[in-house]
Design a protein around this ligand. Structure first.
Ligand code: GUN
Length: 301
């Protein structure tokens, strides 16, 4: 079967290619730090339970650390671990002077309060950028760790020279980790920003009318192929954050990955578009590495 991106290579916002460049830049910075006698950046990740997707993501993060010369520690806790036990491990990581930043992989088992956990992480080590202090500082344009996926998208727009100032940006989805921070970042007065942002969600009426006005469209709904070709305007820049596994017996793996955008219909009208996979996904991990590098260098706090 032909690749669905065939013929659209010129329009692709490839996270796979850009993340390679950025990883090699990070590695060079680590090499200079070591030469200067500084500590090697150290990221820790806490994984609770054995959710297959979370396991894949965390293993990928650990592998990327090795590739750029970071130290990493994986803390595994059983599905049955209590909230108190998890809080205790967080307290230890907060106190550990050798760990510059750490994350607790989400989702967590239902018996654990995610808000409590997020707030227990020392915001100075919160390289996921989920702590209310980091979210608040981001909102006010102060130095902060930015959440990885929005940060990756900002990097992508900047490195591809996409003009955002004065543009109509429509964000679909208001999650805490993608849609809401994305809407804030793009409306801020900054290099990538100054957009007029519309944030659409499950209660939005006439969503097509909003989508059709977009110069820049960010889709983070988790609804496979939600955006069709007739919904977008000619020349739109499309950022597809969705990545859903759907069963496909014709594949060796038994599934294929679908974005929130019907690529075949939207790509011909778009000026730039992220593929799925290989678009936003690889940028997310690079952003986590960038935040960890900043933590090790004391650049934010
Ligand atoms: N689960 C899905 N995305 C993320 C992320 O960026 N960070 C963490 N900690 N968990 C996630």
């Amino acid at each position: 079967m032909a690749k669905k991106t065939a013929g659209f290579e010129e329009k692709l916002l490839s996270g796979r290619a850009l993340s390679k460049v950025m990883k090699s830049e990070i590695k060079q910075q680590v090499d200079s730090m070591i030469e200067a006698g500084k500590d090697r950046p150290h990221l820790a990740a806490v994984l609770v339970g054995d959710d297959g997707a979370s396991e894949t993501y965390v293993n990928h993060k650990v592998k990327m650390c090795a590739e750029v010369g970071f130290e990493s520690t994986l803390v595994r806790l059983p599905e049955t671990c209590s909230e108190e036990e998890l809080m205790e491990r967080i307290g230890e990581l907060n106190a550990d002077q050798t760990v510059h930043g750490f994350i607790v992989q989400l989702p967590l088992p239902k018996h654990i309060d995610v808000e409590k956990v997020t707030q227990a992480i020392d915001y100075k080590k919160d390289v996921d950028g989920f702590h209310p202090v980091n979210i608040g500082r981001m909102t006010q344009g102060m130095p902060a760790y930015l959440p990885a996926t929005p940060y990756g998208i900002v990097q992508m727009l900047e490195r591809h020279g996409v003009e955002t100032s004065g543009k109509e940006c429509v964000v679909l989805g208001r999650s805490n980790i993608v849609g809401t921070p994305m809407s804030i970042l793009l409306s801020r007065s900054s290099k990538v920003g100054n957009c007029t942002v519309t944030l659409c969600h499950s209660r939005t009426q006439n969503i097509e009318q909003h989508v059709r006005r977009a110069d820049i469209l960010v889709v983070a709904l988790g609804l496979p192929e939600f955006v069709s070709g007739d919904m977008v305007k000619e020349g739109v820049v499309v950022i597809d954050v969705g990545i859903t596994r759907v069963k496909d017996a014709s594949r060796k793996s038994g599934y294929r990955l679908l974005g929130d955008v019907k690529f075949e219909e939207v790509a011909p009208k778009a000026s730039l578009i992220t593929p799925v996979p290989g678009g936003v996904g690889p940028m997310t991990v690079v952003s986590l590495l960038m935040n960890t590098l900043k933590a090790a260098n004391g650049e934010v706090y």
